[in-house]
Design a protein around this ligand. Structure first.
Ligand code: NAP
Length: 258
C-alpha cells in the first residue's frame, strides 16, 4: 500500500499519536504537514526526521479551534506540499472531571479542539477533495465514547461520541465524491495525554491496571494507532467508510448490563 504522490495533513502531530501517524504516512510515501499549536521545536523535529529519511514535510502552527487558522493551515499545507488527499483529525485534549468537579469552561475548551476543531479543518479540506473526487479522512475518537470504566473521562467521552457521530454523517455526505471518512478509537496509549496530571505512582498503578484489562496484556504504543490509520488511508481501503475501528488491545472494562 503506497501513498506516493499524496499529501497528508495531520493535526496535532508534534507528539504522541499524531507524531507516529505523521512518520508512518511519510514512510508510506506521503508528503506530510505536521500541525501543532504550541510545541514548535517538537513539530520541527518531526518534520526534520521525515525529511532526513528522504521524505517531504513541513511543520505548521495553527490552533484548529479557530476557523480562520484552520483554513490558513489547509491552504499552507496544499500550497507547500500539493493538494491534500489525506486528512487525519488527530489533535485532541482531555480535561478530566466528574459531576462534582465539572467546570463549564474546561468542557468548552475541550469541545473547542475535539469537536469544533475537527469540523473547521474538515470543512477547509473537504471542498478540494470533492473537486478532485478523492480523499481519505480519519478522525481520532476514543474507546471512552463506547463507555469504558476509567473514571473522570465522562465529559471527554461526550466529545469523542460527537466525533463518531460526525464521522458517520460526513461519510454519508462525502461518499459520492470518492471520499471515505472513518474513525479510529484508541484504547490506553502511552503519550503525554495519559501521563499529564498524574503522580508517578498514580501513573504506574494505572499502567498496570490498563495492561491487566486488555486481552493483549499490555498498554498501547502510538505506532499501534498509526498502523490502523495508515490502513484506512490507503487507496485500496476505498470500500471502507463510516466505520470506527477500535484499537485497544481487547479492553475488557466496558460498561455493560452483564
Ligand atoms: P497528546 O500527546 O496530548 O498530543 C496532543 C497533540 O494535539 C499535540 O500535538 C498538540 O500540539 C495538539 N493540539 C492540542 N490542541 C490543539 C489545537 N487547538 N490545535 C492544534 N493542535 C492541537 O495527545 P495523544 O495522546 O497523542 O492524543 C492524540 C489523539 O488521540 C487525541 O484526539 C486524543 O483524544 C486521542 N486519544 C488518545 C488516547 C491515549 O490514550 N493517548 C486514547 C484515546 C484517544 P502541541 O504539542 O503543540 O501542544
Amino acid at each position: 500500500m503506497s501513498l506516493d504522490g499524496q499529501t497528508a495533513l495531520v493535526t496535532g502531530a508534534s507528539r504522541g499519536i499524531g507524531r507516529a501517524i505523521a512518520v508512518r504516512l511519510a514512510r508510506d510515501g506521503a508528503a506530510v504537514c505536521v500541525n501543532y499549536v504550541a510545541r514548535e521545536a517538537e513539530a520541527e523535529a518531526v518534520a526534520g526526521e521525515i525529511r532526513g529519511a528522504g521524505g517531504r514535510a513541513i511543520a505548521a502552527r495553527a490552533d484548529i479551534g479557530d476557523p480562520a487558522q484552520a483554513r490558513a493551515l489547509a491552504d499552507r499545507a496544499a500550497g507547500d506540499l500539493g493538494p491534500i488527499s489525506i486528512l487525519v483529525n488527530n489533535a485532541g485534549v482531555v480535561f478530566r472531571a466528574t459531576l462534582e468537579t465539572y467546570d463549564p469552561a474546561g468542557m468548552e475548551r475541550m469541545r473547542r479542539t475535539n469537536v469544533d476543531g475537527l469540523l473547521h479543518v474538515t470543512c477547509a479540506v473537504a471542498s478540494g477533495m470533492k473537486e478532485r473526487g478523492y480523499g481519505r479522512i480519519v478522525n481520532l475518537a476514543s474507546i471512552a465514547a463506547h463507555g469504558t470504566t476509567l473514571p473522570a473521562t465522562t465529559l471527554y467521552a461526550a466529545t469523542k461520541a460527537a466525533v463518531i457521530a460526525l464521522t458517520r454523517r460526513f461519510a454519508m455526505e462525502l461518499g459520492p465524491h470518492g471520499i471515505t471518512v472513518n474513525a479510529v478509537a484508541p484504547g490506553f496509549i502511552l503519550t503525554d495525554m495519559v501521563r499529564d496530571g498524574r503522580t508517578q505512582e498514580e501513573y504506574e498503578n494505572l499502567l498496570r491496571t490498563m495492561a491487566d484489562r486488555a486481552m493483549a496484556g499490555r498498554v498501547g504504543k502510538p505506532e499501534d494507532i498509526a498502523q490502523a490509520v495508515a490502513f484506512l488511508c490507503a487507496p485500496e481501503s476505498g470500500f471502507i467508510t463510516a466505520q470506527t475501528l477500535t484499537v485497544d488491545g481487547g479492553r475488557m472494562d466496558y460498561i455493560s448490563h452483564a
